[in-house]
Design a protein around this ligand. Sequence first.
Ligand code: HEC
Ligand code: HEC
Ligand code: HEC
Ligand code: HEC
Ligand code: HEC
Ligand code: HEC
Ligand code: HEC
Ligand code: HEC
Ligand code: HEC
Ligand code: HEC
Length: 329
Amino acid sequence: MGYLRGALMSLALALGCSLGGAAWAADSPKSDAEDLVFKGDAKCTSCHDAEDSPELLRISKTHHGGVGRAQGKLSCVSCHGESDRHLKKPDGQERPKPDRVFGHKGAYLSADERSKPCLECHAGDRHLAFWESGRHKKNDVSCDNCHTMHEPARSQLRKENPTISPYTTTSRQLQYETCTQCHKQIRSQLLKTSHHPIIEGKLDCSSCHNPHGALSHAMIKEESVNQLCTTCHADKRGPFMNEHPPVEENCLTCHNSHGSSHGKLLSERAPNLCQDCHDWSRHPGSYYSGNQGFAGAQNTRLVARSCLNCHNQVHGSNAPAMRGKFFLR
Ligand code: HEC
Ligand code: HEC
Ligand code: HEC
Ligand code: HEC
Ligand code: HEC
Ligand code: HEC
Ligand code: HEC
Ligand code: HEC
Ligand code: HEC
Ligand code: HEC
């Protein structure tokens, strides 16, 4: 609407004629205007009012419009800048933009410039401690790439072009939808048959990552992959009487973190998975040679769960003697 009027205005000016008095009045600040959301916002909301752009005023329903307003320091200019040139449009010229515009419309500003006002208030937040060294900041991702400010939303997360997702049973906005706008390859992993239940809303990307940056590999929330996995899968932490070295080393030797087309998030199917390290010739041949099946039929010991038919304690075992040593059931 505002746009349309802007366009009409410039058209009218270009043609050298004038629009009706009402349109002119609406495009210059009203002197008797009152604040609508924030202290001192009248200098902006005199034009950007409920009639012009009601969606902008929904900012009153966000934390900024609540706690932020109550603290009395936040106003339109905290984010958009004092914008004097925008306020004092020179006659006959197009209205200059405010100091800062966000979203795609602000793409002409560098990512750092768009994050700057946010950091003026939020730099001290604990979860932003590693923002500067994080992969997002270093790759020109700015606060407003993930956060929207005028529309109330969970953690103010931005979601463009909402799509119909599989497994959606609620209308709750899920965080991963913000992330997979850019991380398309992760989205395709989430759609594989075995996946962490992120689409189902039981886990968020931020259950494992700090999107604001972390010193760890892939910005995960713990120092190592195993520490991360065992915060939730504590039964795999050990120590076990009989440890399986790759498990202690890195869960991702055998598992994918987001999704896999093999069951249980496995990176490969058994027996191949096991045979990457255990040369088949080391195993007593009788366990899976061709003629060991019932009444001389084909051996069935490697079907179905393959090596796991017998070695089902692959994460480590506390069972005594041979059963434990060889991770047998
Ligand atoms: C005299 C009227 C007027 C005042 C006062 C005013 N604006 Fe605007 N503003 C406009 C017009 C006209 C546009 C362009 C059409 C539109 O998008 O509504 C605009 C556009 C904008 C845009 C979008 C820019 C873009 O490129 O899409 C932002 C952001 C903005 N104004 C912020 C502010 C802020 C912050 C203040 C207060 C400091 C303010 N405005 C005060 C008239 C005004
Ligand atoms: C906490 C920061 C913040 C505050 C405070 C804020 N804005 Fe914004 N504003 C944004 C961001 C970010 C966008 C980009 C759109 C979005 O993500 O919601 C935006 C977008 C806009 C737009 C352009 C909308 C469009 O068409 O894309 C206008 C106009 C605007 N703001 C005006 C205002 C006015 C008027 C106020 C005060 C009532 C205000 N803003 C307060 C951050 C803020
Ligand atoms: C003038 C100070 C100020 C500025 C500037 C500011 N914020 Fe805030 N922000 C606050 C306050 C105060 C709160 C509410 C208290 C809290 O939740 O910590 C808040 C809350 C938030 C929240 C939490 C919302 C929720 O649902 O929990 C997010 C996200 C956020 N701000 C992001 C931003 C972004 C992005 C920008 C820049 C576009 C920004 N802020 C600019 C002061 C500010
Ligand atoms: C890559 C996406 C992304 C970027 C970039 C990003 N955030 Fe966030 N932010 C999130 C997510 C996701 C959450 C919710 C985290 C959670 O629920 O644990 C969040 C939460 C927040 C919160 C609320 C924390 C709380 O207590 O719940 C604030 C404040 C915040 N962000 C500020 C910022 C600021 C300031 C910037 C820029 C310096 C920024 N964010 C950049 C994704 C992002
Ligand atoms: C605006 C696009 C964008 C959005 C939205 C976004 N990211 Fe990113 N992300 C990037 C870019 C660019 C990089 C750096 C290049 C790369 O490593 O792929 C990156 C890197 C990462 C990395 C580090 C990868 C590594 O190899 O170290 C993680 C983890 C990550 N993002 C998680 C998230 C999460 C979680 C969210 C949602 C809260 C999110 N991203 C939202 C663009 C985005
Ligand atoms: C269960 C924990 C967990 C969850 C939930 C999770 N990740 Fe990851 N993610 C990891 C781990 C661990 C790595 C490191 C992988 C590696 O080193 O191979 C990783 C790596 C990444 C990378 C960089 C490497 C790559 O594969 O491209 C990106 C980007 C990423 N994750 C984004 C996301 C996004 C987006 C979400 C939400 C949709 C998400 N992650 C959810 C654990 C998780
Ligand atoms: C924040 C908690 C959390 C973290 C951290 C976590 N997981 Fe999970 N994991 C889950 C949940 C929840 C499920 C689903 C359990 C269910 O459906 O019963 C799951 C399921 C699994 C499954 C079984 C998948 C299937 O198809 O049945 C595997 C394997 C797994 N996780 C491995 C890992 C690995 C490896 C890591 C570390 C990269 C990890 N998890 C980190 C919560 C977590
Ligand atoms: C040597 C390969 C290997 C390594 C390393 C490994 N796993 Fe597994 N994991 C498996 C196999 C094989 C299965 C399937 C077991 C089955 O179907 O009985 C599995 C199943 C799982 C399951 C789902 C079934 C269950 O038992 O709960 C979880 C959760 C899991 N692993 C977590 C982990 C975690 C956490 C780590 C790291 C501490 C890890 N895994 C390291 C091979 C491995
Ligand atoms: C990344 C390499 C790796 C993978 C993959 C792997 N293992 Fe192991 N495994 C080892 C190492 C190293 C040892 C301990 C050294 C040894 O004694 O051979 C071991 C020990 C064992 C043992 C005890 C043998 C002994 O002599 O003490 C069994 C049984 C075993 N693994 C079964 C499996 C099964 C079943 C799988 C597939 C689910 C598997 N392993 C996948 C590396 C691996
Ligand atoms: C029918 C049950 C069974 C199946 C199937 C099976 N194993 Fe075993 N495995 C055993 C038993 C029992 C032992 C104990 C050692 C012995 O009897 O010599 C053993 C021992 C081992 C050992 C330690 C001894 C050695 O030779 O290093 C490894 C490693 C091993 N198995 C890996 C595997 C792998 C990999 C597979 C899948 C390709 C597999 N096993 C399939 C029952 C089985």
